[in-house]
Design a binder for this molecule. Structure first.
Ligand SMILES: [Ca+2]
Ligand SMILES: [Ca+2]
Ligand SMILES: [Ca+2]
Ligand SMILES: [Ca+2]
Length: 475
């Protein structure tokens, strides 16, 4: 081949001009061989999962461009707009590592110059941890997914389910169940290639929530533990649950990642770890508290309203309806200085016969120095969450049964032991509730109540469910 060299003003430093290339075109058997030059790259970075649509400016792109190479790997969908501009989608970066790489525009006549021009950015999955039982929905960020076709995702050697392109920049995949715990590479494959994201996901179990996170040392409280998934078959085998080393009284699988666990009796009072122990995994929750069982003096029946004045449209439960039965209530204040657990406690009335009127839901807790109000019924409004915050509940039997002509109230613990009592005679008015005086203070005398509107600090109020007599909150 004959060849000569000459300078082309617009050509790259490696420009070569050749003559006599056979079959180069049909105009002549002479051709000029030039290589391309890259000047600018926009954007200059994108994810290792590829697909970034990059615009490159430079020179000589119209001399038979065949490929745009990113660190030697061809980009996709090369579109030569003119001699100075082309677009290309980045390939996936196989090793998954963040790095700045060369770009080379190649032609039939050879490779052009390269510049350290494009930075592959690391990709982090969300979340990066999940149970070995699979089922964790994982988000994979990226670029150009809409143009990349249906992806395939592997966690280690196991193929993900439900792989879906959610948007141009987001793919979702559901983790498979795996035989072993630990970190695995995540492989992502689409039309633009393959990337192995090193140690991108960790199969490991963890406790996500425990509700409530306290229970009485009397036991029997049912708490709900949510994990990020175990590998066990819950229809056959349950993971053990231990409270500081003491096994749970019962464990019921509600779902693959949710357990209803009955707290055992006799736990040490104080902070305890809960260990959820499966065949392959142990997940620990460190925020659980065992509290002492309620005894006499720990709580006070601070207020009750037996004879609601419906003629004056009194509406203690604040549901818009004045009702003799629904608006009866009993207010109980926690005096222990810490949180307490009233799960499965019982309220009875005493006349005409001792009758169970309310079983506290399991779980029911009252926060430190807080109170709970039990209404006869209706739709108590403005008293906070009915469960864990325990500000208001309605009688589980639909009525508290507080006779206007005299009655009594018993509060029993889970073993049926009386822990607080209130009694009253025929003289209770229909213009005010009955209240301890001073407000919020235990009195061993079950008859020691005054009309709300004579209690110290009553401040003009005739009843105060969930509040002090002066309508200020319990702390
Ligand atoms: Ca009544
Ligand atoms: Ca009402
Ligand atoms: Ca009664
Ligand atoms: Ca009150």
């Amino acid at each position: 081949m004959n060849a000569l060299s000459r300078t082309l003003a617009a050509a790259a430093v490696t420009a070569v001009v050749a003559l006599g290339v056979t079959g180069c075109n049909n105009r002549s058997d002479r051709a000029i061989l030039v290589t391309a030059r890259v000047d600018t790259v926009n954007p200059a970075n994108g994810p290792v999962t590829g697909g970034t649509l990059v615009t490159i400016t430079g020179a000589n792109f119209d001399f038979g461009t065949t490929a745009v190479l990113f660190d030697g790997v061809a980009g996709f969908d090369v579109n030569v707009i003119n001699g100075n501009t082309l677009t290309v989608r980045t390939p996936l970066k196989l090793d998954g590592t963040a790095e700045t790489v060369d770009i080379i525009v190649a032609s039939n006549f050879g490779s052009g110059d390269s510049i350290d021009a494009f930075t592959f950015d690391a990709v982090v999955l969300n979340p990066t941890i999940g149970g070995s039982g699979g089922g964790t929905v994982v988000e994979i960020p990226g670029a150009g997914f809409n143009a990349g076709g249906q992806p395939i995702v592997l966690f280690g050697a196991d193929q993900a389910a439900n792989v879906a392109v959610i948007s141009d920049v987001l793919v979702r995949a559901t983790t498979p169940a795996v035989a072993n715990n630990g970190a695995v590479d995540v492989t992502f494959i689409n039309r633009f290639g393959r990337v192995d994201l090193p140690n991108a996901f960790d199969f490991d179990v963890a406790v996500e929530s425990v509700v409530p996170d306290l229970a009485s040392d009397a036991g029997n409280t049912v708490i709900t533990i949510v994990t990020n998934g175990f590998n066990e078959d819950f229809t056959v085998t349950l993971p053990a649950v231990e409270f500081g080393g003491t096994p749970a009284a019962a464990v019921l699988a509600v779902a693959a990642n949710e357990l209803d666990v009955t707290v055992p009796a006799g736990l040490a009072v104080g902070a305890l770890d809960i260990d959820v122990i499966g065949a392959n995994d142990t997940a620990t929750f460190a925020g659980f508290e065992s509290v002492a069982a309620v005894t006499v003096g720990d709580v006070v029946i601070n207020e009750f309203y037996a004879n609601v004045n419906t003629g004056s449209l009194e509406d203690p439960n604040n549901d818009g309806v004045s009702d003799e039965t629904d608006d009866e209530y009993i207010e109980i204040v926690n005096l222990t200085g810490g949180p307490i657990d009233l799960s499965d406690f019982v309220i009875q009335d005493q006349l005409a016969a001792v009758t169970d009127r309310h079983v506290f839901p399991n779980p029911t807790t009252i926060p430190t120095d807080g109170c709970i109000v039990i209404f006869g019924g209706g739709n108590p409004t403005g008293f906070g969450n009915l469960h864990e915050d325990a500000h208001a509940q309605t009688a589980s039997t639909g009525t508290l049964g507080l006779n206007n002509g005299g009655d009594g109230i018993n509060l029993l613990d889970i073993n049926g032991v009386l822990v607080e009592e209130a009694t009253y005679g025929a003289g209770v008015p229909d213009a005010a509730s009955q209240n301890r005086d001073p407000d919020g203070q235990f009195n061993a005398d079950p008859t020691a109540f005054v009309d709300h509107d004579v209690a110290n600090n009553f401040n003009g109020n005739f009843f105060s469910p969930g509040l002090r007599v002066d309508q200020t909150p319990f702390p």
